[in-house]
Design a protein. Structure first.
Lengths: 320, 405, 314
């Protein structure tokens, strides 16, 4: 290597280092921007959501925050006159419904992902992936239409068959089914990526040790993809908690009291936000943003809790 | 031997469970498709996709000194068509693209006074009543008005019973969803334009650059928290932040495509970052080390080795994103608005297919049939886009890496 | 093994799809009067609910859920309509323009729910469709103000009445034609294709309002009508609320499907009624009930009657 070459290489290195720095800066900026949106949203929701608790609400008086969080009646007294709003029962039923729907969508979604990634013959996997992607893109209002037209009828007939008169099928069960159908695609697609990213050497090792293909799939691969699958579950929970349009068509709009009876009507924080949002004014309008604030808090706490569990459960690191 | 059998049985059972689980999605999709096809096939035709939503209306009467026709139709009239010899026009009951019953013009005799109407609006040119126009009403001086809702037979009978009309209102066909389809496609492009660079960039930073530690953990948890935010709250953010922002910057007058795309971009951020990151993790470290050892810089390695290998994953992210864009309604209702429009512009108010459905469903009475029809079209678009993108990715991968994916 | 699995999958899909298919067909069992009445209602912000509750003499329930029977179900317009095709023991109410053959529309106090009966004032369950405009001089331009004034004048004509009737609402009787008053509105003689007028307010009125502006456009120099209907509450908020009327969502004309509240007070000249809408109590087609009284409905909605047989006992 001549001296000139060395100088050129050094120059190149210096230049590429500058480029590297620049690129890193750009990527960092992208990450920072992505991370900052949550603050923007939190800021707006906090600002709007706290108004009913702080202001006089046009003469109706401040809403009592403690009553709001614990009451088991949505509104005591007349709309536009009373300020006795409460969402305590909605928080509980929202969590109950989300848990139940996850009990269905999580196993189904993860097993579907495993099927697509490892079990199914290639053409079948392709078809199923398209099925999942199509299902993911069906507007929630269409799920709602389907829920109102088919699932309500199914639940109604089912309950009649077992000798129980349901409220036209509007029930926790119908809500859970609709939500489960809506979250399966989310859970499946994220889990599938996680399952695929499991190191091949783990799989080969397991097979070499004499485990069958199925045993490997269930005992090694699922365990190794734990972290990603857990993320999928968190996303699924997020979607369940936040879904409004479809749920409002099958829940029945319960206004008071928690019910854990699967065939009784129910309500969630989101349906409460959505119902009447378009037609209402004054405090009755503003309070819906407070419901949104509670919803955000519920989601945040659930996410933190699930992430803590995720850390606890731990994961086999695929890549450091 | 029995232990092997037991294992086989267990394996069979476990496999059966995966098969059955996958069937759930399949059954759900088939059931939903059957449901929307059953509801919406009647309105499904090509006109719906290419026609404008807004129809042009006319109001007109006869020129003074007009003469009734008393003429015989020169063509064979379609079945179900009512013909008035006195006036020389044929009308029939029909259904417009919105599923509403209308009275459609089948035929106008050249000598009919309806072939040469006086514009009661600001135009001075005579306007002819053309076939395929829908008649809304024909008003008379004394007799009760013939309305389209009472049907073609009644309208013809009312005409035959009168010697003149006071005015006639008619319009071109409307109800098409061309504008909403176009808007949806523009929204997809625009949103990906905003979301992909930032999302993929953030994923690259988190996976390739950031040291494992508090800072990157914090960033990740902030981004992940976004996934839990319900659409309706994103919509509120769009309304409170992006709409005013774009109004100030672009001269839009309210919710517009740019503010909508920005809102959608934020919604999609976590999905894109998460999926891209998962696919970046799959890229073997050997690739990176080999590239670096060969003298490539970190930037070169990222752009030329890591990102191309992660392309299928990024494509998955894009597909998920497109699915979400097409399906999103709650947020867009706030961030764009529900105005259905034919001329699509970036700063205009036109709306997406999902919101179009939403607008139809919140109408009183709701138009379930048309909603189902639009849902069919959405599914068709999604499946087409899926296939297209997969073809492109496969071809690209073959070229790039010399392997089929 | 794969074949066995695929057969299993096939069986499972077939069974579940059949179940869904079975759900699509109606089961025909005799109506059981001892069953509980499932009470469906709109939420407290709905104009239809206010009109219905006032009409059955249960004004306390217009804006208060706690006086309703336990276990009522809240649905929107479409939801109630769909529910009555599924729930044999349900009762709900919708606007007359939404009624179709999949449900049974009940007579009210012996009077059939028809437009004719609303016009001749024998059918009592109804609500008004109202309009509201911006204050004089508070429009984006003089042209817009003139067009709005012409439009309001048009609403009182028999021509507008035709359009209203054509879209399922019930017009107020009028013998004035647009032809006879249009000379008072010279704005209609000029080309207004560059002028946009913004309409908003109740979604219940959207269809009627759109048909009205579509009919008025050629009569008024082809002005551009922009419709953005978000609810009765916005009729006032977006035309006259100082905090909102001048933002991007501001409107020139707002519609409400209920009487304006005391909090929505504007001068007389800025508001008025354009039509009536009948509200109809509906039940499942299998329900033998044909006629209800206001007292029956009140007893059902306040929980005095909880079983269908309670209505017969009377």
């Amino acid at each position: 290597m001549t001296g000139q070459d060395i100088v050129a290489t050094m120059k190149n290195t210096a230049a590429s280092r500058r480029v590297d720095h620049l690129a890193k800066g750009v990527f960092l900026a992208a990450a920072l921007i992505s991370a900052s949106f949550i603050f923007l949203i939190a800021g707006i929701v906090l600002f709007r959501g706290f108004i009913p608790f702080l202001s006089d609400n046009g003469g109706l008086g401040r809403v009592d925050l403690f009553h709001f969080l614990t009451a088991d009646v949505w509104l005591i007294g007349q709309t536009f006159v009373s300020n006795l709003y409460g969402v305590g029962y909605l928080i509980l039923s929202t969590l109950f419904i989300t848990t139940l729907s996850l009990l269905i969508s999580f196993p189904v979604g993860v097993l579907t992902a495993l099927f697509i990634a490892k079990v199914a013959p290639a053409p079948l996997a392709k078809i199923l992936r398209t099925v999942i992607e199509t299902l993911a893109s069906i507007p929630s209002i269409v799920f709602g239409l389907f829920g109102a037209g088919v699932i309500l009828k199914l639940v109604y007939d089912f309950s009649m068959a077992i000798g129980y008169q349901s409220k036209g099928g509007n029930s926790i069960l119908a809500t859970v089914l609709v939500l489960a159908l809506m979250t399966i695609p989310t859970i499946t697609s994220i889990s599938e990526v996680a399952i695929r990213s499991v190191d091949k050497t783990l799989e080969h090792g397991s097979l070499a040790l004499g485990a069958s293909k199925t045993q490997t799939n269930f005992k090694v691969i699922l365990a190794a993809a734990k972290s990603g699958i857990f993320t999928a579950a968190i996303l699924g929970v997020g979607r369940s908690l936040g879904e409004a349009t479809a749920v409002s068509l099958v829940a029945g709009g319960r206004r008071s009291g928690v019910s854990f009876d699967l065939l009784d009507t129910t309500g969630t924080l989101t349906t409460m936000m959505l119902e009447g949002l378009k037609e209402t004014t004054g405090l009755d309008y503003d309070i819906r943003f407070s419901v949104g604030l509670v919803l955000m808090a519920v989601i945040l706490i659930t996410n933190l809790a699930l992430n803590a569990v995720k850390r606890r459960v731990g994961s086999v690191h695929v890549k450091a | 031997m029995s232990r092997r059998n037991a294992r086989r049985l267990r394996d069979f059972f476990l496999n059966a469970v995966t098969y059955l689980s996958s069937t759930v999605s399949l059954v759900a999709l088939v059931a939903i498709l059957l449901f929307i096809f059953g509801k919406g096939y009647k309105l499904l035709n090509f006109d719906l996709v290419v026609e404008n939503f807004e129809s042009q209306g006319f109001v007109a009467d006869f020129y003074p000194g007009f003469e009734t026709c008393g003429c015989v139709a020169e063509i064979d009239l379609p079945e179900g068509s009512y013909y008035s010899e006195k006036w020389g026009i044929a009308l029939s009951d029909s259904t417009d693209l919105l599923g509403k019953t209308v009275v459609e013009v089948d035929y106008v005799h050249p000598d009919s006074p309806f072939a040469y109407l006086r514009d009661k609006g600001i135009g001075s040119e005579p306007i002819p009543l053309r076939t395929d126009y829908d008649i809304i009403r024909i008003a008379f001086e004394t007799a009760p008005t013939a309305l389209s809702r009472y049907g073609a037979a009644n309208m013809i009978a009312s005409l035959d019973a009168s010697d003149s009309i006071r005015e006639i209102e008619f319009e071109t066909k409307g109800g098409g969803i061309r504008g909403s389809i176009l808007t949806t496609l523009v929204l997809i492009g625009l949103t990906l334009l905003f979301a992909l660079p930032i999302g993929v960039g953030a994923a690259v930073y988190l996976n390739e650059y950031a040291a494992v530690g508090r800072f990157s953990k914090l960033l990740r948890s902030f981004i992940e928290t976004l996934t839990g935010v319900p659409s309706i709250i994103y919509g509120l953010m769009g309304l409170a932040v992006f709409v005013p922002l774009t109004v100030r910057l672009t001269g839009a007058t309210g919710g517009n495509l740019i503010s909508g795309a920005m809102t959608l971009a934020v919604i999609l951020m976590p999905v894109i970052i998460r999926t891209t990151e998962e696919s970046l993790k799959v890229v073997p470290d050997d690739f990176r080390q080999a590239s670096l050892a060969l003298g490539a810089s970190k930037t070169q390695t990222t752009f030329k080795v890591v990102l191309p290998s992660a392309l299928p994953g990024i494509m998955t992210a894009v597909l998920l994103a497109i699915g979400r864009i097409i399906g999103e309604s709650a947020a867009l209702v706030f961030a764009i608005g529900t105005t259905i429009k034919d001329d699509v512009s970036l700063t205009g108010k036109s709306t997406s297919l999902a919101v179009h459905i939403w607008a139809m469903m919140t109408d009183e009475p709701a138009n379930v049939e048309l909603s189902a029809t639009i849902a069919i079209i959405i599914v068709v678009i999604v499946v087409t886009l899926n296939i297209l993108i997969k073809l492109i990715t496969n071809r690209y991968l073959k070229k790039r890496l010399g392997v089929g994916a | 093994m794969k074949k066995a699995l695929l057969a299993l999958v096939f069986l499972f899909s077939a069974v579940s799809l059949l179940a869904c298919g079975a759900a699509a067909t109606t089961t025909a069992e005799p109506f059981d009067g001892t069953m509980t009445i499932n009470v469906y209602t709109r939420d407290t912000t709905s104009g239809t609910r206010a009109g219905f509750m006032a009409g059955i003499g249960f004004a306390a329930a217009e804006a208060d859920d706690s006086v309703l029977v336990d276990g009522f179900i809240i649905k929107d317009n479409t939801g109630i309509l769909t529910a009555m095709t599924i729930d044999e023991y349900g009762i709900g109410y919708i606007s007359l323009s939404s009624v179709n053959s999949t449900v049974k529309a009940l007579y009210f106090e012996g009077v059939a729910p028809t437009e004719a009966n609303v016009i001749n004032n024998t059918y009592g369950l109804k609500r008004p469709f109202m309009w509201m405009t911006r204050a004089e001089g508070d429009y984006p331009s003089q042209d817009v103000e003139d067009i709005v004034n012409a439009f309001i004048a048009f609403l009182g004509t028999s021509d507008a009445g035709d359009i209203i009737a054509n879209n399922g609402a019930i017009a107020l009787p009028s013998s004035v034609t647009w032809d006879s008053i249009k000379s008072q509105h010279p704005i209609t003689l000029q080309d207004n294709s560059g002028v946009t007028v913004r309409f908003g307010g109740s979604d219940s009125i959207q269809k009627v309002a759109q048909a009205l502006t579509a009919a008025f456009m050629p009569k008024c120099g082809n002005f551009v009508a922009e419709h953005d209907h978000t609810g009765s509450g916005d009729a006032y908020k977006r035309t006259n609320d100082p905090a909102i009327k001048d933002t991007s969502v501001g409107k020139d004309v707002g519609f409400a499907s209920r009487v304006f509240k005391s909090t929505e007070a504007v001068p007389e000249a800025q508001r008025g009624q354009l039509a009536w809408d009948a509200i109809v109590a509906i039940v499942h087609l299998n329900n033998p009930l044909a006629d209800v009284t206001a007292a029956d409905l009140k007893s059902i909605y306040d929980g005095t009657f909880t079983k269908w047989s309670d209505l017969d006992a009377e």
